[in-house]
Design a binder for this molecule. Sequence first.
Ligand code: IMP
Ligand code: MG
Length: 483
Amino acid sequence: MDKPKDSYSQAFKQIAKIANSSLPLKKALNAMARSTAKALKAIGCSIMLLNPQKQYLEIIAAYGLSDLYLRKGAVNAHKSLPEILEGKAVALVDVSQDKQVQYPEAAEIEGISSILGAPLLQKGEVVGEIRVYTDGPRHFPQVEKDFLSTVANIVAITLEKNEFYQVLKAEHEETITKRRKLAETPKLPSSSLRPSRFGHPSEEEFARLLDFYRIEWLYEPRSFPLAWQGNKVSEMFTPDFYLPELDLYIELTTLKQSLITEKNRKVRRLKELYPEVNIKLLNKKDYLRLLAKYGYGPLGGTKVEGINRVLFSHTQIQRRTRALANHISRDYQGRRLVLVGILKGVVCFMADLMQHISLPLSIEFMAISYYGSNTEPAVKITKDLDTSITGLDVLMVEDIVDTGMTLNYILNHLSSHNPASLHVCTLLDKRARRLIDVPLDYIGFEIPDEFVVGYGLDYRGEYRNLPFIGALSPRLIEEEAGK
Ligand code: IMP
Ligand code: MG
């Protein structure tokens, strides 16, 4: 039998040769996956790239894995072996016992016991992953981790030098720009920018609507076997969309009755076979209603007229808020915090932020009113702190910092009470309009000079209950000002 060392040097020899060959990219990567699996005596190997939003992994090459396993569904890189994203090789010894495994049934059917993964790094940034799968439980020793990390480096170089990959990367970037542009256009534009991958114009229209609201979607990420002949799958069903934020598959349908009957049958069968899967068969009216249920879309009950575009979806806000809370928890470790917010705009942000701060803390609210003229505005405190902050660590929580006048006034007021420390966390920073330079320690998002509403922020008392942050049409503001 080969000594492991020999099998590694054999594998490196093969992999380096493949890397330097003129094989098409996919073939080359499949061959590398094969050599890697063989050298580690694994049953399979996959090579995956992060999607443009850096959230999901898409398989681009594999060895030893069934079609079924390859199409098991979107792998969320932040949930499945997330430490790989920090740049290191990570092992998962017992797949059946681990909560990180997203598709335990698929792994079981495939006979996978352990997984070892390593990041594909380009200029220090994780762009994808390589994973190997074993059929017996395995504690991967350091030499195996090192081996896989080295293969990952060769794969990353192979990708970098490959023209096709460069095109793919450019397309990715272009797709993001296009999608961003589409999302910024108030009216849903016509089909000129349709990605050819959509099977039907209605799918494209739906995707555009989701983009407008910045709801994440994946197109046909998973196929479900519905019928078998002996051991072979004889019928598969691939729903059109998966919306990870709602954990929901969506099959779109038009009003053509013949199609509806057939799709209904498939959806029913899918629900019988996979009761844990959420799937809905929707026509246009249905999906508008569904979006409305989550606070989005033209049929929603909340006021949305005048919203030009959505800047941040609910999910984006949640992710960013969690990250800020983690920073704060780390920076204030071992201390006790007082969060001070100014009513009313901060309510949503304060509520979400404090739930993710893992420190003992208390909260205080103040209220203010503005008086004076446009050229010489002044602020008056109408509700002050309930308890003393002297000698305490205070973190001022703001929804938005615009000119900085309000914050400046409040910070002066708070420091006159001699807190032990005083810092600022704001969700939004409209830096372009700053008149007074106030120090901001934690910033959620920087935004351009536009009036924004939603997630607590209002325009004349309205829009506070929108689950996202959107820009208000300047026309609406002018019209109202003219009234
Ligand atoms: P500043 O004193 O100019 O920094 O702004 C203070 C307050 O103006 C904020 O706390 C908000 O209440 C309000 N504000 C500023 N910009 C916006 C916006 O774009 N949408 C909603 N409220 C805003
Ligand atoms: Mg405010």
